[in-house]
Structures are given as structure tokens and as C-alpha cells.
Design a protein. Structure first.
Length: 489
């Protein structure tokens, strides 16, 4: 069983905690099973909200019919961990706690984002390991368990999300939780040859054995996890792919995160004639618009993408003055040094391309380093001839799916997609590229810009068919139906 709680009892007390009070009957109904989702951040619906991500919407939709609760961090650090707050919106209870500042730093900027994030994205050169940060990571997971436990009802199913909370299942079990507990990993899972570079690799794998079902984005990720279980812990799945450990069965499934393509298509159609998209279209004129949009993150391959675009201008001079590349970059994780370095590198690359190729009436790269509203983004996707989505490694990549959903069926754009995005497993009718190969990216851009309307339509229809087969409700249902409704003693 997981060693996390057993090995860190002293540390668990470091984040001073106020245990949660018992369930408030005014908010919680007294009986019946619920779905309890847990993630690092809780996406509380806000009035007039335009920024909600697809995943937040998907989880809320899964919670509504199950009279669910979403538990996680409030977004605030404080002098001590605690301050449980609960609000109910549309039948869903949102329960949050503040986290003690120092513990949060080691947990979030430290072990989660400077150790696990690069590790899971195959970036060992960027990974650092600091034992103190790993202790903070476990400490915060213990605090989550401590505050969540009194809120759980006997019949609840618990669904934990993502790499920040891997030890949470074990921390709940150590406190006597007998609930079915599932875990979904939103990012890739590397094979043992990579994973074993992290000093606590075995411990993290042991933590995963506390769950009843583990969901991953792609078949490659499932293979990576099974490889790690086999070589790291000596555990082999049975013929049905089930891992048996200490009398418990752990099932592993591939559940690619979807988008609501119908809803996104409607949003894009509406936004296309909105003020912002019209301004964009007027400013671009007859030029072909190439677009990318994401959080500023080294996994998203942004410098490589700019090099690909520079290679297009260098090797296909006929496109000079005729294309515009718009990159939206929502700033994230500014406290992690690697992210600040990335920003500097991008500033310099964008400046260089504009300096080398720009003309007095043409700026090749439009580089906007701040988030824009979700509906504006949808309109911009629809106005782009090419969606340029080239992460070096990505669990799924919802931008690729959103770009497809946003297109005009009568005049669709072309998706140029990294083969290292989880989305490439289903979106194989896109132009798939290796983002490290600038010349290949330039060739794909050239092909996309010159593609006939018939081919664009045919590829888009294939891609859209795939997206129409998936839905946020179906995704949650697929995972939860594979999570037992009760587990043995
Ligand atoms: C993790 C995994 C996995 C981007 N720029 C703006 C903006 N966005 C939105 C996009 C999209 C979301 O952010 C990004 O989702 P991704 O899936 O592309 O990437 P991560 O944030 O890294 O998400 C990933 C995902 O979890 C789900 O499992 O696919 O692999 O890394 O929805 O539209 N939204 C707004 N303004 C922007 O400027 N409003």
C-alpha cells in the first residue's frame, strides 16, 4: 500500500490545519451517494463568465446530475491551512480551503511543477528534485485529505484529478476511507526508463495503487503506466489489464478528455461576426492567418513553432507579406524560473523574425502575451486559415479540438498538429508534424495554406466526425461507470 502517509507523519502536522466542520445540513442533503471531484483548483462558476475552460464545464456537468461536490484549493494562501468555505451553485457544492503559504510554494511551484510536470512530459533536463519540496507536496495532500474526509458520506464516489494530487487517494485510505476512489491524469505518462529518473518514482507509483480506477488520456500513456508498474513495482496486469494488489483490483482505462464541440461551434459562429473578430479580420485583410493559443509553457513548443514559421518565410518566400502568424500566450506559473526564461526566449525570437522579415506595412508575427475571452478565442480560431498546434508533449490538447470545432464547414481551416499531442491519437486527419523539425513544419504550413477547398472540407469532416463522437457527459460517464460503486473491505 502507499507509503506516503506512513513515511511523513511529522511533516503532515507542519501545515497548521483547522479540521473541517461536519457537513452543513443546509447545504448537504442528508442521504444518497454523490460524486465528489477533487482537483487542485476549483472552478467556481461566476456570473457572466466568459473564461471557463472546457474541462471545468465538463466536470460541472458530471457533478450536476449526481448532486456532486467539487473540493479543492480556494486560490488563496494564508497563514494557516483551513478556512473551509462551501457554496452551492446549480445543485453542485463547491468546497474550498486555503493553503498555508510556504507549504503551497513547495507543493505547487516546487514538486508539482518543477519535478512532476517536466518528468511526466519527458523533460528530464528541466526536472529538479528537492526532498523538502516533495515533503511539502505530501503535506498539502495530507491537508486535502484531512479536510475532505469529514465531508464524505459513506456512499460517495471520489474522483481525484491530476498530478498535483497523486498521493491523495492513499492519504484518504490512511484515514479509513472505504469509498471507491478514481484518479484521472490529464498529462502524459512516460515509460519506466524516463520515470525512474525521479528519486521517488516507486513511491509515487505506490500512491497510485490506492485508487480503484486510473484514467489516462491515450493508449501510449496507459502503456507508460503499465511499464512503470511492471518495472518499478514488479506488478503485472492480468489478462484483462487489471492490476491486483493487496486484495484490491485496480483497473486502468483510456478516457481522452473531450470538448463540447457543438457548443464550441455555436460560440465560434456567433463570435465570428463580433467586434473583436471583425477587427482581426479587417487587420489581416487578404493574408492567410495562422494561429496558435495556449498557456505559456515549455511543453507547448512555442519557440519551435516560431522557428517553424521562420522557416516558412525563409524557404517559401512566396508567402512573405501574404501570411500573418498570431500567437496568443496566456501567462502561467510566473513563479517557476523556467517559465520566465521561456518568455524571454519568445520575446527575442518574435522580435528577430519581425526584424528579419517585416516590412513597413506587414508584421509577420503578432505576439499577444495575455489571455483573451473564450468566445473571442473561438471567433479567432474560425477566422484562421491554419491552426498551428505543436506541443513537444501534451496529455491531450484541447486547443486542437476547439480549433476544429470552430471552423466554418463550408470553408474550414487546416489543423497542423504535433504528433506528440494526445489529440493526435484521434485527430489523425490533421497534418501531423514533429515540432523539432522546423523544415517539416514549414512544409506542413505551406501545404495547409495551399490546400484545395475540397481537401480542406474532407479532412475537416473526418476530424469533426471524431469530435462529434465524444462529449463531456460521455467522458465522465465512461470513467465513472468503470469506477466501482462500492469497494470491498
Ligand atoms: C491540461 C493538459 C489536457 C488558451 N489560451 C486562452 C484560453 N486557452 C484555453 C484553451 C483550452 C485551454 O486553455 C488549454 O487546454 P489544453 O488542453 O490545450 O492545455 P492545458 O492547460 O495544459 O491542460 C492538456 C488538458 O489538461 C485537459 O485534460 O488536454 O494536455 O496539459 O481550453 O481554449 N482560454 C481563454 N483565453 C486564452 O487566451 N479564455
Amino acid at each position: 500500500m502507499a507509503s506516503s502517509t506512513a513515511s511523513t507523519p511529522a511533516k503532515a502536522t507542519r501545515a497548521k490545519r483547522k479540521p473541517a466542520t461536519s457537513a452543513d445540513p443546509a447545504i448537504f442533503e442528508p442521504n444518497g451517494s454523490r460524486l465528489v471531484a477533487v482537483s487542485n483548483r476549483v472552478a467556481l462558476p461566476r456570473k457572466g463568465e466568459t473564461q471557463a475552460g472546457g474541462l471545468a464545464v465538463a466536470l460541472r456537468e458530471a457533478l450536476k446530475p449526481r448532486r456532486g461536490m467539487w473540493f479543492g484549493w480556494s486560490g488563496h494562501t494564508a497563514a494557516e491551512t483551513g478556512n473551509l468555505k462551501r457554496v452551492q451553485r446549480d445543485g453542485v457544492v463547491y468546497a474550498t480551503i486555503d493553503i498555508e503559504e510556504k507549504a503551497y510554494k513547495g507543493f505547487y511551484a516546487g514538486f508539482s511543477n518543477a519535478t512532476l510536470w517536466p518528468l511526466f512530459h519527458f523533460r528530464l533536463g528541466l526536472m529538479r528534485y528537492d526532498r523538502k519540496e516533495s515533503e511539502r507536496y505530501r503535506e498539502v495532500n495530507e491537508a486535502y485529505a484531512e479536510h475532505l474526509m469529514p465531508l464524505l458520506r459513506k456512499e460517495d464516489q471520489v474522483w481525484v484529478h491530476d498530478y498535483q494530487l497523486i498521493p491523495l487517494g492513499a492519504a484518504l485510505r490512511a484515514r479509513g476511507a472505504k469509498h471507491p476512489v478514481g484518479f484521472f491524469l490529464h498529462i502524459p505518462f512516460p515509460p519506466w526508463a524516463v520515470f525512474s529518473a525521479m528519486p521517488e518514482a516507486e513511491k509515487i507509483l505506490e500512491d497510485m495503487l490506492a485508487y480503484d480506477r486510473i484514467g489516462l488520456q491515450t493508449s501510449h500513456d496507459r502503456d507508460g503506466l503499465l511499464d512503470c508498474f511492471r518495472h518499478g513495482l514488479g506488478l503485472k496486469p492480468d489478462r484483462r489489464g487489471v492490476i491486483h494488489h493487496e486484495g484490491r483490483a485496480i483497473t486502468i482505462g483510456v478516457h481522452p478528455v473531450p470538448i463540447d464541440s457543438e457548443e464550441f461551434a455555436r460560440t465560434a459562429q456567433k463570435a465570428f461576426n463580433g467586434v473583436d473578430t471583425q477587427r482581426l479580420r479587417e487587420s489581416v485583410g487578404d493574408r492567410a492567418l495562422i494561429m496558435g493559443a495556449e498557456r505559456l509553457d515549455y511543453t507547448k513548443g512555442l519557440p519551435e513553432r516560431l522557428r517553424g514559421f521562420a522557416s516558412l518565410l525563409a524557404n517559401y518566400p512566396q508567402h512573405r507579406g501574404k501570411v500573418t502568424f498570431l500567437q496568443i500566450g496566456a501567462r502561467s506559473r510566473g513563479e517557476v524560473a523556467t517559465y520566465a526564461e521561456l518568455k524571454r526566449e519568445l520575446d527575442s525570437l518574435a522580435g528577430r523574425i519581425n526584424g528579419d522579415y517585416g516590412q513597413f506595412d506587414w508584421t509577420p508575427v503578432r505576439y499577444v502575451m495575455r489571455a483573451i475571452p473564450r468566445d473571442t478565442l473561438a471567433g479567432f480560431y474560425r477566422a484562421s486559415r491554419v491552426g498551428f498546434v505543436t506541443p513537444l508533449r501534451d496529455g491531450m490538447n484541447l486547443v486542437a479540438k476547439e480549433y476544429i470545432a470552430a471552423q466554418d464547414p463550408e470553408d474550414p481551416g487546416v489543423l497542423v498538429l504535433s504528433k506528440f499531442a494526445g489529440a493526435a491519437e484521434v485527430l489523425d486527419a490533421a497534418l501531423l508534424v514533429n515540432p523539432l523539425d522546423a523544415e517539416a513544419m514549414a512544409a506542413a504550413l505551406d501545404q495547409a495554406i495551399n490546400m484545395s477547398l475540397d481537401e480542406r472540407k474532407a479532412r475537416w469532416r473526418q476530424l469533426m466526425n471524431r469530435l462529434e463522437q465524444e462529449s463531456p457527459g460521455g467522458w465522465a460517464e465512461g470513467f465513472l461507470s468503470a469506477l466501482p460503486s462500492e469497494v470491498g473491505p
